[in-house]
Ligand binder design. Structure first.
Ligand code: ZN
Length: 471
């Protein structure tokens, strides 16, 4: 009896299991989802691939799904795939009247950028009948070991100005595509690029690739859009750590540095830049007032300091550095170096280099010999210390005239873009004359930068003397 009962129950259970299955199969004609696994021998050591496919009377789908060792990466990608699938099934159920079978196909392009950095490009094809087809693209960038996803802000430093520049580059690259060109619209492109989080992108050592869905960028153009901006063009925007992240070669890093410097120089070429220099301080008679004036006119200057003055007024020396000015070596006691022994020259310059470093933390990269008088030993010392020897092209004669309008007249007459102007921050007359002088020069279009910035701009190193531009 018990046996019969067990038999009945088990048969019943069997029936219960079988019947609903049959019903479901009959109703929707589902053939079970097929999963094709490629467990072993993956070409990509950290990623396995599974392909899910299904076929019914109403639709087919086939989806490539990667699996990494990171749960975080897997779940984010799985969530996105699920969303794609649900959106597709929804449109299928809404368009029952259409007789053709609908198709969803999610393809995967795996780009292993470096050992751990992957860029996975998914292409989704949705087909509802012959006339209704759509292609979309989605990119996931991640570090498979550290497991974070990378955003565009992790790789590029894009402030508002940079963003405008890179948009212009992208627009130029897009126009290179002659088939796409008739459908392009700059306003729409700019709008689409506005939201950085929406960018679909990949980056490698060769360039930045950007992707757009079909019709996203150009209404009449069939298919997704893809362009690459060469890496050379975006060196200036790359975050510093990208050198190592992309595993750039030494050669490429050198090239990158050179291009960035060149870009920097080009930008400055359009300006009327001059370098104001203040010697013999820091001094309570002139330096504080001069600093205030410089700040007011958004000007940066270079202070050639005496070691002895730095020793007496360390707070003033620190303030000069804190406010973004350059601090440089003008010897310790202001001797005529051409009359001094090799040992004294070394002592004067060494002491001041060390004093400035001790007080401000900065190792000066410039030397100015007192009175502008030097000999071969001075040049030799500077070269050995990797310092530039800086003279001037405009002497304000403030040390002689002690008169504001005289200073004004001389500088105004002699100044030219690229000039280095000699002034002194030990004279209160100079400090008093500065506001009017800067106002006049600013109105004439001049901007005030440090001597090192001026050297960069001019592509000079000042290793064997630099005077600045003269008229
Ligand atoms: Zn001096």
């Amino acid at each position: 009896m018990l046996f019969v009962l067990i038999l009945l129950i088990s048969t019943g259970i069997n029936r219960l299991i079988q019947i609903p299955n049959k019903l479901v199969n009959h109703q929707a004609n589902i053939k079970a989802e097929r999963v094709k696994e490629n467990e072993s021998n993956s070409k990509y050591p950290d990623i396995q691939l599974k392909t899910f496919s299904q076929e019914t009377d109403a639709y087919t789908y086939s989806i490539s799904k990667p699996e990494t060792r990171s749960e975080k990466i897997n779940s984010t990608i799985a969530k996105w795939i699920k969303g794609q699938k649900e959106a597709f099934l929804k449109t299928v159920s809404l368009s029952k009247r259409i007789k053709e079978v609908a198709h969803l196909n999610i393809q995967l392009e795996t780009n292993r950028i470096t050992e751990d950095y992957y860029s996975l490009v998914f292409r989704t094809y949705v087909i509802h009948g012959a006339a209704n087809e759509r292609e979309m693209v989605k990119v996931f960038n991640f570090d498979v070991k550290k497991a974070p996803f990378l955003t565009i802000n992790d790789i590029l430093h894009l402030d508002e100005k940079h963003l405008d520049e890179i948009k212009e580059m992208i627009w130029e690259e897009l126009q290179e595509n002659k088939e796409l060109l008739p459908y392009l619209n700059k306003r729409q492109t700019n709008e689409v690029l506005q939201e950085l989080e929406e960018w679909q992108w990949s980056i490698d050592r060769k360039g930045l690739t950007l992707y757009w869905d079909e019709y996203e960028l150009a209404e009449g153009y069939a298919g997704t859009v893809e362009i690459s901006v060469p890496i050379k063009k975006i060196y200036v925007f790359l975050q510093d750590h990208m050198d190592s992240y992309l595993q750039m070669s030494k050669e490429q890093q050198v090239e990158k540095k050179k291009i960035i410097q060149e870009e920097h120089r080009k930008k400055l070429t359009n300006g009327k830049y001059v370098a104001l220099t203040f010697d013999d301080g820091p001094s309570p008679q002139g330096t504080p007032k001069i600093l205030k004036t410089l700040e007011k006119f958004d000007a940066k200057a270079t202070f050639f300091m005496l070691g002895s003055q730095v020793d007496y007024y360390p707070d003033l020396a620190r303030k000069v550095v804190e406010e973004g000015h350059e601090i440089a070596n003008h010897t310790n006691s202001h001797p005529n170096l051409s009359k001094m022994s090799d040992a004294i020259i070394k002592k004067e310059l060494d002491y001041t280099n060390e004093k400035i470093k001790e007080v401000t933390g900065i190792s000066p990269s410039l030397i100015r010999p007192p009175y502008g008088i030097y000999n071969d030993n001075v040049i030799k010392y500077a070269k050995e210390n990797n310092q530039s020897t800086i003279l001037w092209s405009v002497d304000s004669l403030d040390w002689k005239n002690r008169n504001g309008s005289a200073i004004q007249k001389i500088v105004q007459n002699e100044i030219t873009p690229g000039a280095i102007v000699l002034l002194h921050d030990i004279h209160s007359t100079t400090a008093d004359a500065l506001p009017k002088l800067l106002k006049t020069l600013k109105q004439a279009g001049y901007q005030f930068i440090t001597v090192s910035q001026l050297l960069d701009w001019k592509g000079k190193n000042g290793i064997s003397l630099y005077y600045g531009s003269t008229k």
